[in-house]
Design a protein around this ligand. Structure first.
Ligand code: CAA
Length: 384
């Protein structure tokens, strides 16, 4: 067992930390307030190679491992969970999904542009009535011979207003249940793709989340991913990797709030001494430090399992479940440590508290992670 990061991992951490502190931090309070999309910041993420980190250089990606990706996600999420989710969806849902399951034609046409960051992608699974119950897809893709005809509505789509490519999950054959679901690559400027209103959200407000409508969109047959009926398994497999990214986002949000709380505890004085010298605050920091470290070990281990070619679905679910609970709990504590200052935007912790909540909801709620974990446990896999 080896707990030290390599030179390459340390360099990734340094680059991501530098970018987050110097580029993201000065603008995040205003972007969060105004719900403005970080266009310039995303352009810089492209230049730094953060948008296709794990994709092979053959398709213009960075060719890095999943551990590098989670380290970068952690540093960026300490400051800006909005940029982190833009990055996460593009890396671990869109690019990873295409690299693993698309054919050569699709990779050449789409992945090369998505991994370089020239284009941004979205993953379109959730619907008004199909969130946790992902098999009950109402969006239909009728087989018309040389193309599919796509109709339906998708909800909560990250990068919805800015993406050039959607990976859309839709029902082709309702009688076949989940085996009748397909995944398609859809270009957003095709006729019939309608970008709906932008959501006014509690957190990750600088990311753009939209409802999307597909009205008689003609999708060429060549844009289906995998064999007929592979769409649901495609979504489940891709979400396994996505959950490692969101676990890293949650870890970063928790760690960002913790770092602010420690600095504040060493600076703010009450009753003649720094508040960190009061046991009430010191013990909160001890609990934060311990639980964030445990979350980090789980997130890094899930990434390591993926990098080692081992099964990581349950480890990813555990890491997301735990890291997101830690993020929610300790961002609330960080606000408490800051007292009244924690309640105003200038001190950053209130934003991190609002950002934390979504990590318990998207890419599978905490309840869904418990379903995934408990099924594996009851199947006899008591330990990973
Ligand atoms: N890998 C491969 N196959 C899988 C799988 C996995 N991890 N999980 C399930 N499957 C397969 C099963 O083997 C089964 O296939 P067979 O019948 O051929 O054996 C099929 O998929 C159906 O599986 P289940 O019977 O287990 O399906 P279920 O209806 O009980 O649902 C679930 C399982 C885990 C609850 C699933 O519906 C789920 O994960 N729901 C949550 C959806 C989700 O995470 N949504 C997030 C939206 S994306 C997002 O948030 C992105 C963003 O923008 C940030």
């Amino acid at each position: 067992m080896f707990f030290e990061l390599s030179e390459q991992h340390l360099a990734v951490r340094e680059a991501a930390r530098d970018f987050a502190q110097n580029v993201l931090k000065p603008t995040i309070i205003e972007r969060d307030r105004a719900m403005s999309y970080p266009k310039e910041e995303v352009r810089q993420m492209k230049e730094l190679g953060f948008l296709g980190m794990m994709t092979s250089p053959d398709y213009n990606g960075g060719g890095m491992d999943a551990l590098s990706y989670v380290i970068a996600m952690e540093e960026i999420s300490k400051i800006d969970a909005s940029c982190a989710v833009i990055m996460s969806v593009n890396n671990s849902l869109v690019c990873a999904g295409l690299e693993q399951y698309a054919n050569d034609f699709q990779k050449e046409k789409y992945l090369t542009k998505l991994a370089s960051g020239e284009w941004i992608g979205s993953f379109c699974l959730s619907e008004p009535e199909a969130g946790s119950d992902a098999t009950s897809q109402q969006t239909t893709a009728l087989d018309m011979g040389d193309h599919y005809l796509l109709n339906g509505t998708k909800n909560w789509i990250t990068n919805g207003g800015t993406s050039k490519v959607h990976l859309v999950i839709a029902q082709t054959n309702r009688e076949a249940g989940h085996r009748g679901i397909n995944a398609f690559i859809v270009e957003t400027d095709w006729q019939g793709v309608v970008i709906g209103a932008k959501e006014d959200k509690l957190g990750i407000r600088s990311s753009d989340t939209h409802t999307i409508m597909y009205n008689d969109v003609k999708v060429p047959k060549e844009n289906r991913i995998g064999e007929d009926g592979f769409g649901f398994k495609f979504a489940m497999k891709v979400l396994g990797g996505g959950r490692i990214g969101i676990a890293a986002q949650a870890l970063g949000i928790a760690a960002g709030a913790y770092e602010l709380a420690v600095a504040y505890a060493n600076e703010r004085k009450t009753f003649g001494k720094t508040i960190g010298s009061h046991q009430a605050i010191a013990f909160k920091l001890a609990d934060m430090a311990t639980e964030i470290e445990a979350a980090r070990l789980m997130v890094y281990r899930a990434a390591w399992l993926k990098d080692s070619g081992k099964d990581y679905a349950t480890a990813a679910a555990m890491a997301k479940l735990y890291a997101s609970e830690v993020a929610m709990k300790h961002t609330v504590e960080a606000v408490q440590i800051h007292g009244g200052y924690g309640y105003v935007k200038e001190y950053h912790v209130e934003r991190l508290m609002r950002d934390a909540k979504i990590t318990q909801i998207y890419e599978g709620t905490s309840e869904i992670q418990r379903i995934v974990i408990s099924r594996d446990v009851l199947n006899g896999n008591l330990y990973i």
